[in-house]
Design a protein around this ligand. Structure first.
Ligand SMILES: Nc1ncnc2c1ncn2[C@@H]1O[C@H](COP(=O)(O)OP(=O)(O)OP(=O)(O)O)[C@@H](O)[C@H]1O
Ligand SMILES: [Mg+2]
Length: 277
């Protein structure tokens, strides 16, 4: 392929990304500084919660090295190719989900450098049949590496949701992630504080595990909203491993309520969103 052909291909792909993304009302990326703070858990439960409210939702797993969404939703199908487009499998009929895990053997490692990842992310955006959606949620790997960089270069998000746990070390890192998002000209929607507290199983008292308001103080200091707090609950991890998102499999729980509250706050912040594509 000569240089001109290559350039034309790149331009065509960029055009398809713009076209595809313009059919999606709200593009939301879930970002953190530290690993393991709950981004994937939050992406999955926000997506499922929004779907349950009647929105058309897609979920794109951009953690190429550690893709967890397929397990957390218990998805068994793989994508198919139709009319040269990747047709993503769905969770419960209509939530479209795409992940690297669907394209790899289980435990197969990935040793890719930035440009390779950039090209895969472009394909996920340009060549996937997302159709008309109300929301597309992007689950990112921890930190501000290639995946976040590529995504933010390619797509203007309607909001970045930052995730942290209450410890100072996680807050230090989320502060870096926030500044990265701002430098990339992206809009930060707010902060979710995960594993914020524990409800005593016996006496139902709220226990502040880390005993401080550091995350809230941080949000206030830098002028971002707290979208909500999610308690620590072993059921979250257990159900996630079983492919059952807590928001629909632990109805009536404090955890479910906390996710619904975050969704409510998010919708308010985005302005009233009407359902149905
Ligand atoms: N509020 C919570 N209470 C209890 N367990 C939780 C909670 N949130 C997440 N977990 C568990 O913590 C682990 C890490 O969560 P998760 O995979 O969502 O984090 P992550 O930020 O996406 O991680 P990574 O940075 O590796 O992508 C998982 O086992 C998950 O089930
Ligand atoms: Mg994750």
């Amino acid at each position: 392929m000569d240089l001109n052909e290559r350039l034309n291909k790149v331009k065509e792909r960029e055009k398809r990304i713009t076209e595809n993304m313009s059919k999606i009302k709200y593009k939301i990326a879930v970002l953190s500084g530290k690993g393991g703070v709950g981004k994937t858990t939050i992406s999955v439960n926000l997506a499922v919660g929004l779907m349950e409210e009647g929105f058309l939702v897609g979920l794109l797993d951009l953690d190429l090295h550690g893709p967890n969404i397929v397990r957390m939703l218990g998805i068994k199908e793989n994508p198919t190719i139709e009319n040269s487009l990747i047709k993503p499998p769905t969770y419960l009929k209509n939530m479209k989900v795409m992940s690297m895990a669907m394209l790899l053997e289980e435990s197969q490692p990935l040793a890719w450098r930035g440009p390779m990842k950039h090209s895969v992310i472009q394909q996920f955006l340009a060549d996937t049949d997302w159709g008309e959606l109300d929301f597309l949620i992007f689950d990112l790997p921890p930190g501000t590496g290639d995946e976040a960089l590529s995504l933010f270069q390619l797509v203007k998000m309607d909001g970045i949701v930052l995730v942290t746990t209450p410890q100072k070390v996680a807050i230090d890192d989320v502060s870096r992630a926030m500044n990265f998002a701002i430098e990339m000209n992206q809009k930060v929607l707010g902060l979710i504080i995960n594993m914020s507290y524990l409800i005593c199983p016996q006496c139902k008292t709220k226990i502040d595990l880390f005993g401080e308001n550091a995350a809230k103080d941080f949000a206030e200091l830098v002028g971002i909203d707290v979208l909500g707090e999610i308690p620590m609950d072993p059921a979250i991890a257990k159900l996630a491993d079983a492919g059952k998102p807590v928001v629909s499999f632990l109805r009536g729980s404090e955890v479910e309520k906390s996710f619904r509250a975050v969704i409510g706050t998010m919708l308010e912040k985005l302005g009233k969103v009407s359902t149905g594509g």
